[in-house]
Design a protein around this ligand. Sequence first.
Ligand code: NAD
Ligand code: TYD
Length: 361
Amino acid sequence: MILVTGGAGFIGANFVLNWFAQSQEPVINLDKLTYAGNLNNLASLQNDPRHTFVHGDINDSQKIADLLVKYQPRAIVHFAAESHVDRSIHGPADFISTNINGTFSLLEASRAYWQALSGQDKENFRFLHVSTDEVYGTLGDDNPPFSETTAYAPNSPYSASKAASDHLVRAYFHTYGLPVLTTNCSNNYGPYHFPEKLIPLIIANARAGKDLPVYGDGRQVRDWLYVTDHCAAIRRVLESGKIGETYNIGGWNEKTNMSVVHALCDLLDQLQPKTTGSYRDQIKHITDRPGHDRRYAIDARKIEKELDWKPKETFETGLRKTVEWYLANDAWTKQVQSGDYLKWVDLQYQSAQETKTQEPA
Ligand code: NAD
Ligand code: TYD
């Protein structure tokens, strides 16, 4: 079996659901169920004997040690993290605690467990650390995309905490020989994406008749990948990645935020038209994010060549699937838009100022 951390979050839940679509191998799913973790994401696995959910914190060293001894996983796939840049700006402490200290605790427990293994079990064990392209910092328009050898230059508390965790993972390979793999992926989108992130936020706000908040000029660039393509890449790296190596994962899909918002409005205009006007009318430029990274782009040639992975979805097919999923899953969005979510929306958007932005000709 494998142990997954953070498997009730956006990518982790997609990974677990996807895993069982391809494999009968059991999954132990350890998740703290923060505001971002949601057991409804895993509702279809409720009576599935292949899936064991464990409510717990990756900072709880004893719990992790016990889990490893009890279940003897052949691999750990580590998703658990605080993941939202804007939250890391308002309150970085949880990012340090989970992303850095939590990864450290998990590495320590994994090292002890792995060192006590022998023979094939020891040889085959893997610790796969799921990370982000944001550790590389920001690109200018003419810079080449991030490769695995690009120097780390994180700019937000979120990306700095992920960079620190990547360095710890690297050190455990070089110092102790722990068989680690690291993946650095671009922005994901798809089902079960928490509506604090750009794409699900725009879909939810558009349908609720609210403003569609675009930070600054909206010409920042992200490289978007449909979440199941990310999950497939992680499975490939787990299967055949070379230990100690890092793999950049991306879809060659660089888009400005404005073009993403426009594409979402156009899809909604088509699939659920308003009585008058277009969803584009709701777009509002607001104060920019402090330290906002201008452009991310991924050079994915290494994983494509060495592990024969390529994304299946284009941005157009993936975005349409995503909008259709949200239209068909209103209850999911309503359930996550309660309690803590409302407080977050107030904190982040209430005091934001509208800004006038010149649209490109
Ligand atoms: P998410 O915020 O949706 O989910 C994170 C999950 O981790 C939640 O279920 C949460 O309950 C759990 N968690 C948080 N703290 C925990 C702790 N201390 N112990 C146990 N569980 C804890 O995040 P996501 O978007 O699914 O991202 C998953 C991973 O992928 C993260 O490591 C993130 O850095 C990385 N990543 C995300 C993206 C993206 O676009 N979302 C892109 C590249 C990499
Ligand atoms: P986000 O989904 O938070 O991902 P990340 O910051 O990790 O790339 O944001 C994607 C882009 O969208 C980013 O440039 C910030 C921008 N953005 C907005 O313009 N408005 C919003 O309300 C949000 C949440 C993001």
